[in-house]
Design a protein around this ligand. Structure first.
Ligand SMILES: Cc1cc2nc3c(=O)[nH]c(=O)nc-3n(C[C@H](O)[C@H](O)[C@H](O)COP(=O)(O)O)c2cc1C
Length: 213
């Protein structure tokens, strides 16, 4: 199947990364994962996943964390300073990359071509090779610098997909909110998944003058 890069930076939103990784593996894709130091910190805080930075030791932990029951895809974890990894070169073909979540710092480095780590370099490669790159920031409020950096990456060809779930699917749980964002990320990469629930229009019986119920 396809080859995808999943970058995990140090913004809040590790559960989105878990769901995206799980669905990529369930869909039988080959996933190359890069996690920044701050990304590891947030994984610890939000998901209780403590990684050492040693890819040999961390790979099974990340697989267990993603927990795609019955997954047939493969996962390869690269150290974020391993700039000699295959995904650091445009000659290594991939089908797309997502940075989930994408910190303001990582967004800024990608926007300015500052590729001093593998995650930013892999994103830089996607832009120069005109490959699909989906960046998922989570910040509020946004400064003018954040907005300008998002404009710059969009002009360079990336898709900025903010982690801002809607409520029109009437979510019943936090998992429903996670899935709304994860589904859109996967769809933006061209990956079919059951997590993506298209809007089929409001039920006319649930609509009144007062609005949606
Ligand atoms: C628990 C925690 C939550 C954070 N949440 C965010 C966030 O939502 N958005 C953001 O841009 N940065 C957030 N940060 C700050 C980034 O981790 C920090 O700016 C870091 O330098 C980014 O590094 P990276 O871009 O190499 O991952 C958070 C940090 C921690 C420890």
């Amino acid at each position: 199947m396809g080859i995808y890069v999943l970058g995990i930076a140090g913004a809040s939103g590790a559960p989105y990364a878990r769901r995206v990784l799980e669905q990529m593996l369930l869909a039988n894709h080959d996933v190359k994962v890069v996690i920044t130091d701050s990304g590891r910190k947030v994984l610890d805080v939000e998901e209780n996943l403590l990684l050492t930075g040693n890819t040999d030791a961390d790979t099974p932990l990340v697989l267990e964390w993603a927990n795609g029951n019955g997954a047939t895809g493969t996962l390869q974890l690269y150290h974020h300073q391993d700039v000699a990894a295959p995904i650091a070169s445009g000659s290594f073909g991939i089908d797309g990359m997502a940075v989930v979540p994408c910190s303001g710092g990582t967004m800024g480095r990608i926007a300015h071509g500052i590729s001093n780590g593998l995650l930013e370099r892999a994103a830089d490669v996607c832009l120069k090779e005109r490959r699909r790159l989906v960046l998922v920031p989570r910040e509020m409020p946004l400064s003018l610098i954040h907005l300008r950096n998002m404009t710059a990456v969009t002009e360079a060809g990336a898709i900025v997909l903010p982690a801002s779930p809607g409520f029109y699917h009437n979510p019943k749980s936090i998992n429903d909110l996670i899935d709304m964002v994860a589904g859109r990320i996967l769809a933006s990469l061209g990956i079919d998944s059951p997590v993506m629930k298209p809007w089929l229009g409001a039920d006319p019986h649930s609509y009144s003058e007062e609005g949606l119920h």
